[in-house]
Design a protein around this ligand. Structure first.
Ligand SMILES: Nc1ncnc2c1ncn2[C@@H]1O[C@H](COP(=O)(O)OP(=O)(O)OP(=O)(O)O)[C@@H](O)[C@H]1O
Ligand SMILES: C[C@@](O)(CCO)CC(=O)[O-]
Ligand SMILES: [Mg+2]
Length: 336
């Protein structure tokens, strides 16, 4: 029985979170916390998905999937996957017995999975029967890119099954992809993120696809090659939230007070630029005064995120405690 195993990393955004949705620059790096996917080919004419971390398990008949959504699927080419329309999302929700106005991102994970399956396979004469299990080391809804790692894992596994992309063996238990194939995987993963976040910038799926540390702005990314190795302490407040909700909170504020929030977002970008420059200087000179600047930038970034409506008292508490020990921080973890 054919099996495919893939994994994808989570991410941490150092600066520019949320502002990046408005076209501002952000810098981020991948984490060694990963999302794991195990796909098995079956012969039962079904697509089965198990997501034990979020308590979801769904099986759909291939015939039902085809009859429900085939007419809505626009296919141009494998290289240019088309985003889901309202019609196809509605049809998938109906198939899954999910309310039409459901915004529960756990349910939307299944919608995203079936949509990506459908755009890859639905026009084939014999779409494959598969059973997929996905488990993650990345906490859900903690700001560490779990949704992106989910979308990257499922896109890479399904594209590999379809023979659209090919992984290359690096060692006995490790494979990788060419940059052309990574570009394709990233495009499909972005469509998955759209289902889960609503209006993502694309930074999370890009970091999870390409790894390393990136500067990202308006879909363009540059690898931050030579920056110093920094130890970052992640604190999980255990207060989960949905990024989709936070994005919409800021969107409402931005629409009501655009003249106030434009300069706020520009200030966030100025922090990102200054941090990038400081990291480079630190790498070149090793001078310790740059750590002080990085700390101050973290503090300012945190205050701006609070102003943007995406903070949480639990984060302020963590930051206050960290400060007592000389640490500076901003909200990698947030709550709705
Ligand atoms: N382990 C998992 N199993 C199944 N689905 C998951 C898992 N982790 C994340 N997801 C999907 O991602 C959603 C959470 O995504 P959300 O964007 O709100 O948080 P995040 O990606 O962890 O944080 P951020 O986007 O701020 O980095 C879940 O509701 C689910 O749809
Ligand atoms: C909050 C946000 O900036 C990052 C989510 O991890 C949203 C996005 O860029 O899509
Ligand atoms: Mg997410």
């Amino acid at each position: 029985m054919k099996e495919i195993k893939v994994s994808a990393p989570g991410k941490i955004i150092l600066h520019g979170e949320h502002a990046v949705v408005y076209g501002k620059a952000a810098i981020a790096g991948s984490l060694d916390l990963r999302f794991h996917l195990n796909l098995t080919c079956t012969n039962d004419f079904k697509v089965a998905l198990a997501l034990p971390d979020i308590g979801i398990s769904k099986t759909v008949e291939l015939a039902a999937l085809q009859s429900k959504i085939k007419k809505f699927i626009n296919f141009e080419s494998f290289r240019n996957p088309v985003a889901a329309t309202e019609d196809v999302i509605a049809a998938l929700k109906e198939l899954l017995h999910v309310e039409p106005d459901c915004t529960d991102t756990k349910q939307l994970a299944v919608v995203a999975f079936l949509y990506i399956y459908a755009i890859i396979f639905i026009n084939k004469s014999e779409p494959p029967s598969i059973s997929v299990e996905m488990k993650s080391e990345i906490p859900v809804g903690a700001g560490l890119g779990s949704s992106a790692a989910f979308s990257v894992s499922l896109s890479s596994a399904l594209l590999q099954l379809a023979g659209v992309t090919f992984s290359e063996k690096v060692s006995d238990d490790l494979s990788t992809w060419s940059s052309t194939d990574l570009d394709i995987i990233n495009k499909y993963a972005f469509l998955g993120e759209k289902m889960i976040h609503g209006q993502p910038s694309g930074i999370d799926n890009s970091i999870s696809t390409y790894g390393g540390a990136l500067r990202f702005q308006k879909g363009e990314m540059t690898h931050l090659g030579s920056i110093p190795t920094l130890s970052v302490m992640l604190v999980n407040t255990q207060v989960p939230r949905s990024t989709k909700t936070l994005i919409s909170i800021l969107r409402k504020l931005y629409n009501s007070y655009t003249e106030i929030f434009e300069p706020v977002l520009s200030s966030v970008e100025a922090i990102t630029e200054k941090a990038e420059l400081t990291l480079r200087r630190l790498q070149e000179t090793g001078e310790s005064n740059h750590y002080k600047t990085l700390g101050e930038l973290m503090d300012m970034n945190h205050q701006l995120l609070n102003l943007m409506g995406v903070g949480h008292p639990s984060l302020d508490q963590v930051i206050a405690e960290a400060k007592k020990c000389g640490f500076h921080a901003h909200r990698f973890e947030r709550s709705s």
